[in-house]
Design a protein. Structure first.
Length: 364
């Protein structure tokens, strides 16, 4: 409560104008129980009003809360402004991940992220550039861009066991992202019983997940914004006649595809030479488009919008020179020893007579 006697020139007072804080210009006492005040409103109007003792209960000084005051701590204001600037940086710098990461990407890595993958919403894609192209860097740039654009928060990387440490190191050293490697200890220490819900940035071993139904059950109860699978060709399936033989890794791939919005499969060998197996692999991205067995000459499903593959001969530096030296393939004649010739003959006989015997029996 503000007493009439305490209302002075230049005071900021609330309770005179509804919903506003006004600035007092001057006052004129009217006896002991009334006061005429002249004040300025938020929009600059000058008004006058007579206040009475009954008005005091609604009046209060409002210096600390006056609108557009600049009395906050300067360091805290600067910190908040900088946080807003970083949060919105991608609107003004479309390649913000490059400029905030410890990498110097090559042209093919930039085009992979900013032309082939980032525009796709949601992303269901196979990154199949040749070995040595730096697919890990491309995945890191994509992840960082999605994080800065607030398009991803929960990220799971699935890789062979021998590569999980490398993934963790590269994500931290090059992109400043602290991923946790999934382990049995992590599961035992989970407060809620599901470690996949406890960590937003997680790296898991491919075979550890594919071989455990218990882990898959927990994984099926989680939700991810993006899942990245390295050496994804290991998630294979094959046809035996009209029946599909799905490996445990392939079934894991199907599960991951259902639990994430973005799915990125990374492999340097997406095609094993069999078109029907290749289309089974692509069904991990789009089961509707690649439904049913491929029959040569009967149908051909277009997949170029789901995959990018660049061979080493296509990879260039910024000055246009080749990134890798030219590969020259030529046949070299040589003479087999008697033991080598015998081994070659036995292997050839096995391939011709024994290797496809199971298929012939099933077809009969």
């Amino acid at each position: 409560m503000l007493r009439l006697e305490d209302i002075k020139k230049d005071a900021a007072v609330s309770g005179i104008e509804p919903g506003q804080i006004v600035r007092i210009i001057t006052t004129e006492p009217v006896g002991e129980n009334a006061l005429t005040v002249y004040y300025r409103t938020d929009d600059g109007q000058v008004k006058e009003q007579m206040l009475f003792r009954s008005s005091e209960a609604a009046l209060s000084l409002a210096e600390a809360g006056r609108p557009w005051a600049f009395d906050a701590p300067g360091e805290e204001f600067k910190l908040a402004a900088e946080a807003c600037r970083i949060d919105l940086a991608y609107l003004f710098d479309p390649m913000m991940a490059i400029h905030t990461s410890n990498v110097e990407p090559l042209p093919h890595q930039i085009t992979a992220v900013y032309q082939s993958m980032l525009p796709r919403q949601p992303l269901r894609f196979v990154l199949a550039d040749d070995p040595g192209a730096g697919k890990t860097i491309m995945a890191g740039l994509l992840i960082r861009e999605l994080l800065m654009r607030a398009d991803a928060e929960r990220i799971l990387i699935v890789a062979p066991g021998s590569l999980v440490g490398q993934w963790q190191d590269e994500m931290y050293e090059k992109f400043g992202l602290e991923f946790t490697i999934f382990s049995r200890d992590l599961m035992e220490q989970s407060p809620g019983g599901n470690p996949f819900d406890d960590h937003s940035l997680l790296i898991a071993r491919l075979d550890q997940l594919s071989r455990s139904e218990d882990l898959q059950e927990k994984l099926d109860r989680s939700r991810w914004d993006i899942v990245v699978v390295d050496e994804a060709h290991k998630m294979s399936a094959t046809y035996y006649g009209s029946k599909v033989n799905r490996t445990k890794r392939f079934k894991l791939g199907e599960l991951l595809g259902k639990r994430t919005r973005h799915l990125l499969l990374m492999t340097a060998t997406p095609h094993n030479g069999k078109e029907e197996d290749f289309q089974l692999f692509l069904s991990l991205l789009d089961s509707d488009r690649f439904y049913g067995k491929f029959r040569d000459g009967a149908h051909k499903v277009e997949y170029r919008d789901l995959m990018r593959r660049m061979v080493k001969e296509d990879l260039l530096k910024f000055d246009g020179t080749p990134l890798f030296p030219e590969r020259i393939a030529e046949s070299v004649n040589y003479t087999l020893s008697d033991a080598e010739a015998a081994l070659y003959g036995e292997v050839t006989r096995y391939v011709r007579e024994e290797m496809n015997k199971a298929d012939r029996i099933e077809n009969n």
